[in-house]
Ligand binder design. Structure first.
Ligand SMILES: NC(=O)c1ccc[n+]([C@@H]2O[C@H](COP(=O)([O-])OP(=O)(O)OC[C@H]3O[C@@H](n4cnc5c(N)ncnc54)[C@H](O)[C@@H]3O)[C@@H](O)[C@H]2O)c1
Length: 378
């Protein structure tokens, strides 16, 4: 049995949304142990949370710089090997850069950075470091999202001509109409969130799913944003037309003010032979659409699925697995990469996906600002 990988956690305190998802995901396949952390900006809060979840407090540090400094003093076989960055967006870049420069592996939340320029700097830092870098586009970890990728790779759709990805949430609707609340929500503050709210936070997931499932690259983007109040002009809604090649076109629709929508990520890809549709809120169903035939529904765990999909399923068919399992699949892929084991490149999103994400976000912002014009992506 290989030893557990020593994991550091940055952000993701008891007050956070995403922390529990990473902690549980790291635990699910028995590959990691939380060795050190800075869960919160206040040391007392970090310590109290470590005690609450019953992890040793001797490597809970007062801040990120101290974590790196103290860990670097330890022998390599005791040092944290990989850090998960789960803070608000503006801290991803400085933390990831310093971790890479000191030879750590990194698991970074999306969007990877707040600007495209920062993303390219990180890419350079990773080249020098030669470590493992994952970006947690969680939805790629679902067995049926993986199945979609593999079926498209095997040519199930024929020639793709239409792509439609939607990510609709409504949680900013009650916030945006309150002048005080819209001032204090970090996702609506460009200094903390970056150059975009809606596209940066969720549109980027939809974009990633488009490239992940099709294996194609978006080449051009034309985007229209919406904001609701002049004193906060961060986008809370946006629609991007995309072109992926000759006669391969589509749309990425994202909203944080789609009233009462919950986590409505859905993706449909259509080709000349068939179509595939998958919805995050019902992740165990992949719909296969064929002209003149009844719709088929693929489900996880059956031998008709690809190896990549089956590797992401732990229980026999009919035992629903969800978002914790999807993130756990990403952590499993990262563990294989850290241990130098073989893995499929569909097992976790990488630096390249992080850079593509920022290229997309920047292109949507530029397109909107220039009067809704087509922007070439790199
Ligand atoms: N992959 C996904 O599907 C997904 C879902 C939600 C959020 N996210 C991403 O995860 C990140 C965090 O989002 P969230 O919703 O959990 O935010 P949040 O505001 O709920 O939590 C942020 C956490 O970071 C801590 N923190 C802030 N500054 C810190 C510092 N200097 N040092 C240490 N900890 C610090 C806070 O105390 C808090 O515990 C964001 O980048 C977000 O985009 C990803």
């Amino acid at each position: 049995m290989p030893k557990k990988i020593r994991l550091g956690i940055l952000g993701g305190g008891g007050d956070s949304l995403i922390g529990v998802l990473h902690r549980v995901a790291a635990f699910i396949n028995d590959n990691y142990e939380i060795t050190g952390a800075v869960f919160n900006p206040k040391f007392e809060d970090s310590l109290a949370f470590a005690q609450e979840i019953d992890i040793p407090t001797n490597r809970i540090y007062k801040d990120f710089d101290t974590l790196v400094e103290e860990e670097m003093k330890l022998p390599k076989e005791e040092r944290i090997q990989v850090c998960s960055i789960l803070t608000p967006n503006f801290l991803h870049f400085p933390m990831a850069k310093k971790l890479l420069d000191n030879g750590f592996h990194v698991i970074c939340e999306k969007p990877m950075t707040t600007t495209y320029d920062e993303a390219k700097i990180l890419q350079g830092a990773l080249k020098k470091a030669g470590t493992v870098f994952a970006v947690t586009h969680t939805y790629t970890g679902y067995p049926m999202a993986r199945q979609m990728r593999e079926m498209i790779k095997q040519g199930a759709l024929g020639k793709i001509h239409k792509v439609d990805a939607q990510y609709y949430q409504g949680w900013i609707n009650p916030i945006i109409h309150d002048p005080e609340k819209r001032k204090t929500t970090w996702r609506l503050n460009p200094e903390k969130a970056g150059i975009s709210s809606c596209m940066g936070d969720i549109g980027v997931h939809a974009f990633n799913m488009v490239e992940y499932t099709t294996g194609l690259k978006v080449k051009k983007v034309l985007c229209d944003f919406n904001y609701l109040y002049d004193d906060n002009q961060m986008d809370v809604d946006g629609t991007a037309l995309i072109r992926m090649g000759d006669h391969i076109k589509g749309v990425i629709r994202a909203s944080q003010v789609a009233t009462a929508e919950e986590n409505g990520l859905a993706i449909a890809i259509y080709g000349d032979k068939a179509g595939l549709r998958w919805e995050q809120e019902n992740p165990n169903f992949l719909y296969v659409l064929k002209e003149g035939e009844p719709m088929q529904v693929f489900k996880p765990g059956h031998p008709y699925n690809s190896k990549l999909s089956l590797d992401g399923t732990k229980l026999p068919p009919g035992h629903p697995e969800g978002i914790f399992d999807a993130m756990a699949n990403i952590y499993l892929g990262v563990a294989k990469a850290i241990r130098g084991e073989k893995y499929n490149d569909g097992e976790f999103p990488t630096m390249l996906d992080g850079v593509r994400g920022l290229n997309f976000i920047q292109s949507t912002v530029d397109s909107h600002k220039k009067g809704n014009v087509w922007i070439d992506m790199d």
